[in-house]
Write a protein that binds this ligand. Structure first.
Ligand SMILES: CC(=O)N[C@H]1[C@@H](OP(=O)(O)OP(=O)(O)OC[C@H]2O[C@@H](n3ccc(=O)[nH]c3=O)[C@H](O)[C@@H]2O)O[C@H](CO)[C@@H](O)[C@@H]1O[C@H](C)C(=O)N[C@@H](C)C(=O)N[C@H](CCC(=O)O)C(=O)O
Ligand SMILES: Nc1ncnc2c1ncn2[C@@H]1O[C@H](COP(=O)(O)OP(=O)(O)OP(=O)(O)O)[C@@H](O)[C@H]1O
Ligand SMILES: N[C@H](CCC[C@H](N)C(=O)O)C(=O)O
Ligand SMILES: [Mg+2]
Length: 512
């Protein structure tokens, strides 16, 4: 891209030339000095561990065509062109959109936000879109995937440069629809600025991430920004109307619907598994160990569906996906087929295979009080024996969710083993103590703790009977555990599988 075009595109966002001429080309753009190639624009961003401004000299020495800094910072001593904006971190989304030629405008984009259910809904919409013959890309917690490729990711919602770069790759590879999870961090930090969203979807709002947002109001406002900030900026190739698909069983969903009624250009589709007045409602819900069947009523249709997911919360997720699919103009038959094709979602109530006589073991990503409550409530009625739960809470994250999670587990399970999630830089035992502070003792409840997650799972599996169920919560699909800043391989599903085999072997030897 020509530098002068970039300067023009971002003029209204405060981009100015501080030193050097406006002629010449920018061949790539990065915020990581380690990735600077000759001709690149290096953007210095202040982060949690580093201030990117200390790397501007290094970037110029490596041949960067220009560096972009916060206005007012000292100019680098190395020769080279310098650009400035008031806040580099806040402009990444706009910069990415301009540099990569606004790829979201070439794509239909479904953006999913909410505390829980984003990943699940994105899988549901992906499966439906596939069945409809759409070329679909997904950007989310588990990975980025499109056209048979799977790329691992660090963040659920990548930073503005990475995000627009990925959208550009997808568009160039022939993707026509992208489903993306939009985290509250992504919204608050402007990572999705410049993304034109056609269908914005809101699942629910309960407590999480207050380490970052501080208050529930700030967290809520970040989520609201998906609808008030992203949608009005759309400009699409297919002329899709913008639609907000909103969960009306949720207090914030109802508030959002009222707020959005002042935007006549936005069509609001409410869905509800419980509330009556919604455009899409679930009726005739039947749950079994294989999954859930339901009829979705509304918008002039009665759609009979079956999906291999359990739990009332997944009825809500299915409604959300149906709302998005219909907004995209996907026929009902493809909706039915897509949901029927989905085998399940990795690490979301994923049943762990065990030899005959094993307790039923499930791995789930519940890492908020609301999710833990819903998952335990889902398992409770299907367990004939006792319900065990092994879980912890992440370190360096919202501390005030720990005690509520302890309380919920103690109220809904028969045996709890508190353990480590990803302690990160925190003392594992201190996190467990914070969870234990919420535990409410009652007759019949067994409370145990074990810092080592593997030993905690082993203990639960060794003591669970064949009629019992065990929920291993919090890490879902994750393939690592981060302790003391170091990541080592760790996979709840693989560990539980091995421990179930060992348990069965021990029992067979005992019988001989
Ligand atoms: C708190 C936070 O959001 N941190 C994000 C931030 O990292 P950071 O602030 O630690 O960055 P840093 O390491 O201090 O570096 C600052 C700058 O110096 C640069 N640098 C650094 C070293 C060097 O040698 N050269 C150099 O240029 C870096 O590239 C960066 O631009 O910028 C990184 C690059 O964009 C992100 O990957 C990182 O997310 C971290 C991994 C993270 O854990 N974020 C969580 C809180 C998060 O965002 N989660 C949400 C929600 C998840 C959900 O609920 O689903 C998400 O969307 O992922
Ligand atoms: N609609 C829902 N309401 C409440 N809890 C849910 C819902 N859907 C899923 N869950 C629970 O939340 C957990 C996380 O679900 P999922 O990964 O779909 O959400 P997410 O919003 O993508 O989470 P994250 O922000 O951590 O990526 C699931 O494992 C399940 O326990
Ligand atoms: N997106 C969430 C994931 C939490 C998963 C849990 N295993 C943890 O590490 O706390 C977060 O970054 O807060
Ligand atoms: Mg997710």
């Amino acid at each position: 891209m020509q530098l002068k075009d970039l300067l023009e595109a971002l003029h209204e966002h405060g981009l100015r030339l501080e030193r050097g001429g406006a002629e010449g080309e920018i061949s790539s753009v990065t915020q990581d000095s380690r990735r600077v190639q000759p001709g690149a624009l290096f953007v210095a961003v202040r982060g949690a561990s580093f201030d990117g401004h200390v790397f501007v000299d290094e970037a110029l020495h490596k041949g960067a065509a220009a560096v972009l800094v916060d206005r007012g910072t000292e100019l680098p001593s190395a020769d080279g062109r310098v650009l400035s904006v008031p806040d580099t971190g806040a402009v990444l989304g706009r910069l990415g959109a301009a540099f990569f030629g606004n790829p979201s405008r070439e794509l239909d984009v479904v953006g999913v936000t909410g505390t829980n259910g984003k990943t699940t809904v994105s899988y549901l919409v992906e499966a439906i879109a596939r069945a409809a013959g759409r070329e679909v890309g997904v950007i989310g917690t588990i990975n980025n995937r499109w056209k048979g490729r799977e790329v691992p990711t660090v963040n659920t919602t990548p930073d503005g440069l990475a995000l627009h770069g990925r959208l550009r790759e997808m568009a160039d590879d022939g993707v026509d629809l992208v489903v993306m999870e939009i985290s509250s961090h992504g919204l608050a930090l402007g990572r999705v600025d410049g993304v034109a969203v056609d269908v914005g979807l809101f699942t629910n709002l309960t407590r999480d991430h207050l380490d970052f947002h501080q208050t529930m109001e700030a967290y809520r406002d970040a989520k609201r920004a998906l609808f008030t900030r992203v949608l009005p900026g759309r400009q699409k190739r297919l002329g899709l109307r913008a639609v907000a698909v909103i969960n009306l069983d949720d207090d914030e969903g109802r508030a959002l619907k009222t707020l959005l009624s002042v935007h006549p250009e936005l069509e609001v589709v409410g869905y509800a598994a419980e509330a009556d007045a919604a455009e899409l409602r679930a009726t005739r819900v039947q749950m079994s160990v294989e999954g859930t069947s339901l009829t979705v009523a509304g918008q002039g249709a009665n759609l009979e569906l079956a999906v291999a997911l359990q739990g009332a919360f997944n009825v809500s997720n299915v409604l959300a996906a149906v709302g998005a699919a219909r907004a995209l103009g996907i026929p009902d038959e493809a909706i039915r087929q897509g949901l029927a094709d989905l085998p399940g979602v990795r690490g979301r109530l994923e049943r762990v295979c065990g030899p005959p006589g094993s307790p039923a073991v499930f791995v789930d990503y519940a890492h908020t009080p609301d999710a833990l409550e819903r998952v335990l409530e889902t398992l409770r009625p299907v367990v004939t024996g006792r319900l065990h739960v092994v879980f912890g809470c992440g370190g360096d994250r919202d501390r005030d969710k720990r005690a509520p999670m302890g309380r919920i587990a103690s109220q809904l399970a028969d045996r709890i083993v508190m353990t480590s999630d990803n302690p990160r830089s925190e003392e594992p035992l201190a996190i467990i103590e914070a969870i234990a502070a919420g535990v409410v003792e009652r007759p019949g409840l067994e409370v145990d703790q074990e810092v080592s997650r593997e030993r905690a799972i082993a203990r639960a599996i060794a003591t669970a009977g064949p009629e019992d169920a065990l929920l291993i919560a919090g890490k879902g699909h994750e393939t690592y555990q981060e302790i003391n800043g170091k990541r080592r391989d760790f996979n709840d599903v693989e560990i539980a599988e091995r421990l179930l085999r060992e348990r069965s072997k021990r029992e067979q030897q005992g019988e001989e």
